[in-house]
Design a protein around this ligand. Structure first.
Ligand SMILES: O=C(O)CCC(=O)C(=O)O
Length: 257
């Protein structure tokens, strides 16, 4: 399934009590980002840098089991995103995660954890099954479509075969970094929350960000990572703590200036 389609749905990963804890933690994270009203945020990047609970969920055994099957025994996590996506908030245009987070061995894998039932109405994920198999990173362009935030849009492929991935709260959608996916706006009257964590093989270097004083070697191998399975062959390099939690703009002010 995963090899053919580029994604797999794993039901019942998060139990209702854990989801409730994550909701409470989300309120605290939003306060930490400057507002008591979680509706103010489409998405907060790097919640695992602010919260031990988010780090723990990033290493959830049911997710790690699938990751080790699709990636290999040694797995590191480099990114987390907490989507809150209240009613009326936009989706993300077609994109491939590897275009944003380049691994050297194409091992980038997402675990998209539903914190509410995700439906077409409230803006679930849509995927193009099998699109990861081309091994191509499609070109991208700026877009100003009001349905989407400012994520650049990938283009140059047919999208008639797109399917919605409707999943109940607690399910995980594990998908390949080359899989074309998008989401549409939340047209319901409640939240569509999801925690999305990104992983890759620990053997691959991660040439992710331009060098900074705090991480001069980032372009060669970004080391702000968390090991979630196996051993880190580059442990001798140590790790860094450079990525700052931040709020993703929701594109409300327009994307193309
Ligand atoms: O959850 C969403 O609405 C979009 C998520 C997404 O595009 C991603 O995780 O790359």
């Amino acid at each position: 399934m995963y090899t053919r389609d580029g994604y797999v749905v794993v039901p019942d990963v998060l139990d209702p009590a854990l989801i409730e804890q994550i909701h409470e933690e989300t309120a605290g994270i939003c306060r930490g980002m400057g507002s008591d009203d979680i509706r103010d945020f489409l998405c907060i990047h790097f919640p695992h840098k602010m919260s031990a609970l988010m780090r723990e969920v990033g290493a959830h055994p049911d997710v790690v089991k699938v990751l080790t099957e699709v990636i290999g025994p040694n797995v590191k996590m480099m990114q987390s995103m907490l989507f809150i996506k209240a009613e009326g908030k936009p989706g993300q245009a077609w994109h491939q995660d590897e275009a944003h987070i380049p691994t050297r061995d194409r091992s980038l894998t997402a675990a998209w954890l539903a914190l509410d039932d995700a439906t077409v109405d409230n803006g679930c994920l849509w995927v193009l099954p099998g699109s990861h198999r081309t091994g191509i990173l499609f070109p991208t362009r700026d877009q100003d479509d009001p349905r989407f935030d400012c994520t650049k849009e990938a283009f140059g492929f047919p999208d008639e075969d797109a399917v919605p991935v409707e999943v109940p709260a607690g399910a995980a959608v594990i998908f390949n970094g080359y899989l074309l996916h998008r989401s549409l706006p939340n047209k319901s009257n409640s939240f569509r929350r999801a925690l999305v964590n990104h992983y890759m093989s620990a053997e691959s270097l991660l040439p992710w960000f331009p060098p900074t004083a705090k991480e001069p070697m980032a372009l060669l191998d970004h080391r702000d990572i968390v090991m979630v399975a196996g051993v880190d062959p580059y442990a001798y390099k140590g790790t860094t703590d450079v990525m700052e939690p931040h709020v993703r703009p929701d594109g409300d002010g327009g994307c193309v200036k």
